[in-house]
Write a protein that binds this ligand. Structure first.
Ligand code: SF4
Length: 325
């Protein structure tokens, strides 16, 4: 594959969990080996839904940056930057807001879904309606043509392509239509067995220490059939087993599956295997994090901001020429 420009982002709304690793960061680390990647901490996006309680957004920026660096996002290869430090994004957003039909934004499925889910706040705002356009601008301002997204975000990419097409029709073929790079939808359960999510407070974080992992896994519910050690279980009905799928070897998974059905392994021992494997997996992240914690990571971000800003400036100047403004 020829070298492409990859763009993606995450909101600084709290510590990243292992679902973020599975669903996004793992692909980001791979993509930076072959392509020029732009990874943005999208704090304006956080504001679209957290505007009523924005005090934590700033503090979360450094944490998110450390999460990324710890999993192996390499600032020498990838451009890591803060969305709100690139003011050119707002100008391009404004220009594009002139040509983006309201109906296109209103039909975005997440617009209605999120309004129902987050019903403790008023999301009838201009910013919330416009956030898929802001996402489009994030991508095209750095001339991104590959966007790693989960299946659930494909609609946003289709919308981005429609908006780009509209611009190109008016002002000349300038922007590439960005294409999705499908990332796996993580199937990891949280420690309470529900979907792993920050809002359920059931996450296993990338930055968790070994003792925290132990504290979280030990009390996890297992297959309810295993009331006693001698009761056989069905591993497919156990969230601990679901986590084994991501952190244990094929052989261990096979052995546990057999032993659980025969009641020849207890849940405590089964969890011990998981805790060890998870910690072995997270150890290199912890080492890298420790290294970066000793450095001034905000300087790394500032360097990335500078590079992203240069690209954004260039794009905006060329757009102004095309729009004749
Ligand atoms: S042995 Fe393991 S897989 Fe089986 S129920 Fe217990 S924790 Fe779950």
């Amino acid at each position: 594959m020829e070298k492409k420009i990859v763009m993606s982002g995450m909101r600084p709304t709290g510590s990243s969990h292992i679902g973020h690793w599975e669903g996004a960061l793992k692909s980001w680390v791979e993509l930076q080996k072959k392509h020029q990647c732009y990874y943005s901490i999208v704090d304006w996006h956080a504001l679209t839904t957290e505007y009523h309680d924005s005090k934590n957004i700033k503090g979360n920026i450094k944490e998110l940056l450390l999460d990324w660096l710890s999993v192996g996002i390499d600032p020498e290869k990838s451009i890591v930057y803060l969305q709100s430090s690139i003011k050119e994004i707002t100008e391009l957003f404004m220009i594009f807001s002139m040509i983006t039909p309201l109906g296109w934004l209103e039909r975005v499925p997440t617009f209605k879904e999120q309004k129902i889910q987050l019903n403790d706040r008023d999301l009838n705002t201009f910013g919330f309606l416009g956030y898929p356009l802001l996402q489009t601008i994030d991508i095209i301002i750095v001339r991104g043509n590959i966007v790693p997204v989960g299946e659930d975000q494909v609609f946003h990419l289709e919308l981005a392509r429609e908006i780009v097409r509209k611009f190109n029709n008016f002002y000349g073929e300038y922007f590439d239509e960005p294409m999705e790079f499908l990332t796996p939808i993580p199937k990891l359960p949280g420690i309470d067995g529900r979907k792993m999510s920050k809002s359920y407070n059931n996450t296993i974080c990338i930055s968790d220490k070994a003792e925290t992992i132990e504290k979280k896994i030990k009390p996890m519910i297992t297959d309810t059939r295993r009331k006693r050690r001698t009761d056989p279980g069905v591993p497919e009905d156990c969230p601990v087993f679901a986590l084994h799928q991501s952190f244990s070897s094929k052989e261990e998974i096979r052995e546990i599956s057999y032993a659980c059905r025969k009641a020849s392994i207890g849940c405590i021992d089964c969890k011990k295997v998981l805790i060890k494997n998870m910690n072995d997996f997270l150890d290199p992240f912890r080492e890298r994090r420790e290294k970066y914690e000793k450095l001034s990571v905000m300087d790394i971000l500032e360097k990335g901001n500078k590079k992203a800003r240069e690209t954004a400036k260039r794009t905006l100047e060329e757009v102004r020429e095309l729009v004749k403004i």
